[in-house]
Design a protein around this ligand. Structure first.
Ligand code: PFF
Ligand code: NA
Length: 453
């Protein structure tokens, strides 16, 4: 037998998979997505999406990696000869994402440092766009911003170091430290947030169900979209990570644990974020709808404002928030980078060290572009295409290829059942062969239609 790297323990694999899943999507994407798509009522399509597509697809990816024991290109190529390119497509998408994930983590590190002195001042948006990203100085467009470049370089050296150390001594060890630490820190933030004055109002806004939204097709698309992104499905990650599992690992059970663990974290983040937003609306006297933001602006403009409004220990609150973003981002960055490290290593039959230095090194160099003035514009553009086309297409190709063309689902089902307690049946093949392709197909159509009108 080949001596393929392996996880040391089952917990190590689960923490690494959870580390990939739990990321910026949980903290800054989920809360506003739920709020804008029916509030409390969103949980119905969301749970539906988790059970009919998220977990079934996760089981499929775990089984492919476990059975075929290779990176995404190699494993998909072993499902059927013609499918290797789908794995490369996923690796390419992951590679691109990894270049800008690093930049966002660099910002978060700087902001955790800024928290103590509230260096962002009163106008947090102006500080972020102007002083920090230097977006407003057109004369110097393209110049590098040292306060972003330096942490970015440190992050890449750190990530490359972890990847060089290998699956068990690098990736597994890092996640064994990061993920429990993240859980504790984040819990502290959430408890602090929900005990702030006005938090109840925010939670009310978050959980209030808008039942009429349940009939809205775009709400369902949003729910499936959130699940795909949040579980890191279709990114080549879960195939790669499961290829390092022991022969006897329980695949199906692991997929349920990853799926529910990620969603629990997401729910917790929604509670924390909306508690904090409720506090901010009350203390600034703004309408609640005015304070709701997502993504980059939620983290780097609204959260600093919340810190400014806090009565006591505000610096610590800000620090914990940005450190949590950093940890969540790092564990995801490690996972996406491992997809191309593994892919290159197998394709060109080179050592792990060589593929880390070439693949990771190239990603690191490209990511410097985001540390330039105007880098946010570039980041937004790349992120837009990746989110709207790269990811949905990668998932769609994968599931259609495996479910429709390889006649491979039955084989995969037998394989998963031979090692798992929970037994897969026709329901699993139905979710993958019918429900998931329909949803991903509609997602693509909706994105294309939005483009045209
Ligand atoms: N699943 C991560 C999240 O929810 O934030 C996001 C993510 C991680 C996307 C890694 C893509 C990726 F390769
Ligand atoms: Na996630």
């Amino acid at each position: 037998m080949e001596n393929r790297s392996q996880w040391g323990t089952r917990l190590g694999f689960l923490l690494a998979a959870m580390g990939s899943a739990i990321g910026l999507g949980n903290i800054w994407r989920f809360p506003a997505t739920a709020y804008e798509n029916g509030g409390g009522a969103f949980f119905i399509p969301y749970l539906f999406a988790l059970l009919t597509a998220g977990i079934p697809l996760l089981i499929m990816e775990y089984t492919i990696g476990h059975k075929y024991r290779g990176s995404a290109p190699r494993s998909l190529g072993r499902v059927s000869k013609g499918f290797e390119w789908i794995g490369w497509w996923q690796v390419l998408v992951s590679f691109v994402i990894s270049t800008y994930y690093g930049a966002i983590i660099a910002w978060a590190i700087m902001y955790s440092y800024y928290s103590f002195g509230q260096a962002w001042g009163d106008d947090t948006t102006a500080f972020f766009m102007g002083d920090f990203l230097q977006m407003t100085d057109p004369g110097a467009f393209g110049g590098l911003v040292p306060t972003i470049l330096i942490p970015l370089v440190i992050i890449w050296l750190f990530v490359l170091g972890i990847l060089l150390a290998g699956v068990k001594k690098g990736i597994e060890l890092a996640n064994k430290i990061f993920i429990p630490l993240l859980a504790v820190l984040f819990l502290i933030i959430v408890i602090r947030a929900v005990t702030l004055p006005g938090a109840a109002q925010g939670l009310n806004e978050f959980f209030q169900p808008n039942w009429s939204e349940i009939m809205n097709g775009s709400v369902w698309v949003a729910a499936y979209g959130q699940i795909f992104f949040s579980l890191s499905i279709g990114f080549a990650i879960m195939i790669t990570y499961s290829s390092y599992l022991h022969k006897k690992s329980d695949i199906t059970n692991n997929a349920f644990i990853t799926g529910f663990g990620n969603s629990s974290f997401e729910l917790l983040a929604g509670i924390g974020v909306f508690g904090a937003l409720g506090f901010m609306a009350q203390s600034t006297g703004q309408e609640f709808t005015e304070v709701v933001q997502d993504g980059v602006m939620l983290a780097f403009s609204v959260f600093p404002q919340i810190v400014n409004e806090m009565p006591v220990m505000s610096g610590l609150f800000g620090f914990l928030f940005f450190i949590s973003l950093t940890l969540a981002g790092l564990s995801s960055l490690i996972s996406i980078s491992e997809t191309y490290v593994a892919g290159i290593q197998e394709k060109f039959n080179v050592s792990r060290t060589a593929s880390v230095l070439v693949g990771g090194g190239l990603a690191a160099v490209i990511s410097i572009a985001y540390a330039s003035q105007g880098g946010l514009v570039l980041l937004d553009t790349v992120d837009y295409f990746i989110n709207n086309y790269g990811i949905a297409l990668a998932g769609l190709f994968e599931v259609v290829a495996v479910a429709w063309f390889a006649r491979g689902l039955k084989d995969l089902q037998n394989h998963a059942n031979s090692v798992s307690d929970i037994q897969l049946g026709g329901w699993w093949r139905f979710c993958l062969g019918v429900i998931t392709p329909i949803v991903l197909g509609s997602m693509m159509l909706q994105n294309i239609r939005n483009e045209v009108v």
